[in-house]
Design a protein around this ligand. Structure first.
Ligand code: PMP
Length: 390
């Protein structure tokens, strides 16, 4: 069968790093009770007031083709939110609505890289990054980071791989580490992008989940607005993962081209989803805080529990819905740890290796079950670490 190199190269090794997750799902399908701490899916559903807005819109007839760039009202709402959060002048012409952040990541790379161009991203990384880059025909090149630096990339780290590259993808607050990039890191990123003439693709889908530190959007840094594409989404901020609604914010000229791409690929996002999103954004930060609050609470629970022992360390995170735990003290590889934990205790976590080589010896724990179940699972994880420590 003739299959394009581009599509068969999305996952050339046949592995997407999600094996433990798939195994957990298979066990659940077989009726086994598993504590699922793998995927970034809230334990609450989309707020009923958003669903009512969605239903009202659909019932009133917004089930036909919708405006491909996004409705004027939604693009305005995203632009306003951007101005409120960052102070950077932004209008609807800087915004294109996409079916989720994932589609925005694809479009941003498609728009900045030609086939064969190098696209940079930081390791550890969200599992789809390399495949998304390869899906566009670009060449994925990772920038390793170090646990000792809380996995924050430096100017030198980026510069060492940047020759001839077209883009750099960053993610703060970060999945999988939960780390919020600080001022010196953002300054180094901006300097590297300017020095090497890179587009910066800034994945900010966790921008409402900041528990320590401040989220800095690089689009607001000097000289960066014209070379930055911000990827946003309502999946995490409004527990709207299944609605597939996100956006790109960037320079007008580039956004116009990405709208052309949308016309020839997705043909936009359903109108009733856009109306629900517009309604949700109009509720302001209060709703976003309500959706994020459980993760902030569970992070405090985790910090206390982890402080009571000294084998497992928590990567100094400041945001998102994950904890990255450093298990290197146990001497057990993280894949072995995650598989053993699933077999013995029916708790599913992601091995750090699922997110690249830099997070080997770590596991990512999603804080996505209720507080009591989360505390119980974390207690088991910590005692399992003691038990199998070499
Ligand atoms: N970026 C990051 C860092 C993510 O964690 C996710 C989802 N887990 C996405 C992008 C894509 O999210 P969505 O397509 O649901 O907006």
């Amino acid at each position: 069968m003739n299959i394009s190199h581009r599509i068969s190269n999305i996952l050339p090794g046949g592995s997407d790093g999600w094996e433990v997750f798939y195994r957990a799902r298979a066990m659940i399908a077989d009726g086994v009770e598993v504590t699922e701490l793998t995927i970034g899916e809230h334990d609450i559903r989309t707020d009923p007031i958003i669903l009512e807005a969605m239903s009202r819109s659909a019932a009133s007839g917004h089930t036909g083709y919708a405006a491909v760039p996004g409705s004027a009202a939604l693009r305005d709402a995203v632009a306003d939110r951007f101005v409120q959060r960052t102070g950077v002048p932004t209008t609807r012409d800087n915004v294109v609505i996409t079916p989720g952040g994932q589609s925005a990541l694809f479009s941003a790379h498609f728009a900045t890289c030609d086939p064969g161009d190098t696209a940079l991203y930081c390791d550890p990384y969200y599992a789809t990054y390399p495949g998304t880059i390869r899906a566009t025909g670009a060449v994925d090149v990772s920038i390793p980071t170090r646990a000792e630096d809380a996995f924050q990339p430096s100017f030198e780290d980026i510069s060492s791989r940047a020759d001839g590259a077209k883009s750099l993808l960053i993610n703060t607050p970060n999945n999988p580490t939960g780390v919020v990039y600080d001022d010196p890191t953002m300054d180094g990123i901006a300097r590297a992008c300017i020095a090497h003439d890179l587009w910066l693709i800034s994945d900010e889908v966790y921008d409402t989940q900041v528990w320590d530190g401040t989220h800095i959007s690089p689009r607001g840094l000097p000289g960066m607005a014209e070379r930055t594409l911000v990827v946003g989404s309502m999946s995490k901020s409004h527990a709207m993962t299944g609605s597939r609604i996100g956006w790109i914010v960037g320079p007008e000229e580039m956004i116009a081209h990405i709208i052309n791409l949308a016309t020839h690929t997705t043909y936009g996002v359903p109108g009733y989803i856009q109306d629900a999103a517009t309604f949700a954004l109009a509720q302001g930060p209060a709703l976003e805080e309500k959706v994020g609050a459980p993760f902030a609470r569970r992070r405090v629970i985790a910090k206390d529990m982890i402080a009571s022992q000294n084998l497992v360390r928590m990567v100094p995170s400041g945001g998102a819905m994950y904890l990255m735990l450093d298990l290197r003290g146990t001497g057990v590889p993280s894949m072995e740890f995650a598989n053993g934990l699933l077999d013995k205790h029916k708790i599913a976590v992601m091995p750090g290796d699922s997110f690249g080589t830099s997070a080997a010896g770590h596991i990512r724990v999603a804080m996505t079950v209720d507080d009591a179940a989360f505390a119980a699972a974390l207690g088991t994880i910590l005692s399992y670490a003691q038990e199998i420590s070499k």
